[in-house]
Design a protein around this ligand. Structure first.
Ligand SMILES: [Ca+2]
Length: 444
């Protein structure tokens, strides 16, 4: 928590910053054309997944963190697709990062009805003493002749990952253009990647654990799955073969670009000073907990820029810098170009409705202040080819809301089958009430 007096100061600063774009390096007075948010669904607690059916129907699944997945038709009412609450670990009414975290439909879902869910289950029998819970990655399926209804009797458990603390779980998933399932796993929680369940080098840098990684598996062969032969650490007896990339803290936003070269964008929630988006490459080390943003990180003094910065990891690999970075208001309470407190992540826009966003990465921050629901939507523009400048970040003006202020926390973004984007919010600080709403990003 930061003191309220500081927050008031931050608020004045952000009002000034709202007309500028920012990146870590510079500030300019340009601003993108306004867009609007149109309400399409409400009554959720914390809607964190919006997954489209790719069958031309316009239907989408909306997954609520508490464990309920609803199917929204284009015009009809929402209906419950799957209620996973009996299998989810007991959640707190207040702030809680556990629950139903990720959903991905099998690329051949229309034929086989298979889909995948990542959720927080109670700590498994035999799990490490005093650890918090166990993450489950499971295969589910619909009823044989009805894609609009999950089969409540079927679950095939693919992977369990024990979690020392309740926070930093990720579990965000997507199938890649190669047909393999990619998913994020957080560093196990706590802060600074230290404490119970965190080895001396941190989970992010420890290749013997799934924690703090992006993993890649093949759900179409093996039992219950197989590891793609070209995963970067296959054959390394000191590494988990599922690892695709590492050095991540809480890779919350995870999406493949529907166009371009189908890059994998992963927004990694920072701790104190920087929020970042990484373009994931095979075997890449994204730095946590030796790096945060473009700087070093010292777990003993997380709010300070360390005097020295590691240039390479323990095996001599250089770190991969993030593509998009902004200052976290917790670490920079006086800076007008601090973009928020927790990156939500987003998508490269490939829809038709808002042409000026095409090819840009549209993303959100959960709340610009820790003490108030103040989510913001941003647009990041890739630098020209050959330039080593960071992506330009601009606040996306929301003409549908007075002064562009949402006054809500943005828990996730979603993408329809035709590339249009959705912004999912709730009013509170956690799993209380049914204030969760789903908005569509529309031209204004
Ligand atoms: Ca990083």
């Amino acid at each position: 928590m930061i003191p309220l007096s500081l927050c008031n100061f931050v608020r004045v600063g952000l009002a000034v910053a709202a007309v500028f774009f920012f990146n870590v390096a510079s500030v300019s007075a340009q601003t993108p054309k306004p867009v609007g948010l149109r309400l399409v669904a409400e009554g959720y607690v914390s809607p964190i997944n919006l997954i489209p059916f790719e069958d031309g129907s316009g239907r989408v699944l909306v997954g609520d963190q508490i464990g309920v997945i609803k199917l929204l038709s284009k015009d009809g009412p929402a209906k419950v697709f799957l209620d996973l609450r009996p299998k989810v670990t007991k959640l707190k009414n207040g702030f809680d990062e556990r629950g139903l975290l990720g959903i991905a439909l099998h690329p051949k879902f229309n034929d086989n009805g298979k889909f995948y869910i990542y959720y927080s289950a109670p700590l498994r029998a035999g799990g490490p003493e005093k650890w918090d819970h166990t993450s489950h990655l499971s295969e589910f399926r619909t009823l044989p002749n009805d894609r609009s209804q999950a089969d409540p009797a079927y679950e095939k458990l693919l992977l369990q990952i024990d979690e020392p603390q309740a926070n930093h779980n990720s579990g965000r998933m997507a199938f890649g253009p190669d047909g393999f399932l990619y998913f994020g796993v957080g560093d196990g929680g706590n802060g600074s990647d230290v404490g119970l369940g965190h080895p001396p080098q941190g989970n992010g840098q420890d290749l013997t654990t799934h924690l703090g990684k992006v993993l890649r598996i093949d759900v179409d062969s093996g039992n219950p799955y197989s590891v793609p032969k070209d995963n970067p650490f296959v054959g390394n007896s000191k590494a988990k073969p599922e690892i695709y990339a590492f050095g991540l803290r809480n890779p919350w936003g995870l999406s493949f670009d529907r166009g371009g070269t189908r890059e994998l964008f992963v927004a990694d929630v920072g701790q104190s000073r920087f929020e970042e988006v990484n373009i994931i490459v095979k075997g890449g080390n994204y730095g946590w907990n030796l790096r945060e943003g473009m700087e070093g990180f010292d777990p003993k003094a997380p709010l300070k820029k360390p005097e020295t910065m590691a240039e390479k990891d323990a095996e001599g690999r250089p770190f991969v810098d993030p593509a998009i970075v902004y200052k976290n208001a917790k670490g920079f309470p006086k800076d007008t170009d601090a973009g928020g407190t927790c990156i939500t992540g987003g998508y490269v826009y490939r829809g038709k409705a808002i042409p000026h966003l095409t090819g840009k990465y549209v993303f959100a921050d959960w709340s610009r202040m820790w003490t108030k629901s103040d989510g913001a939507v941003y647009v990041a523009t890739r630098p020209e080819t050959g330039s080593n400048k960071p992506w330009k970040i601009e606040l996306l003006p929301l003409a549908s809301h007075p002064d562009g202020q949402l006054n809500k926390c943005i828990v996730a973004l979603g993408e329809s089958a035709d590339g249009e984007l959705y912004v999912m919010t709730n009013d509170g600080r956690g799993l209380e009430g049914e204030t969760g709403k789903v908005f569509k990003l529309v031209p204004q």
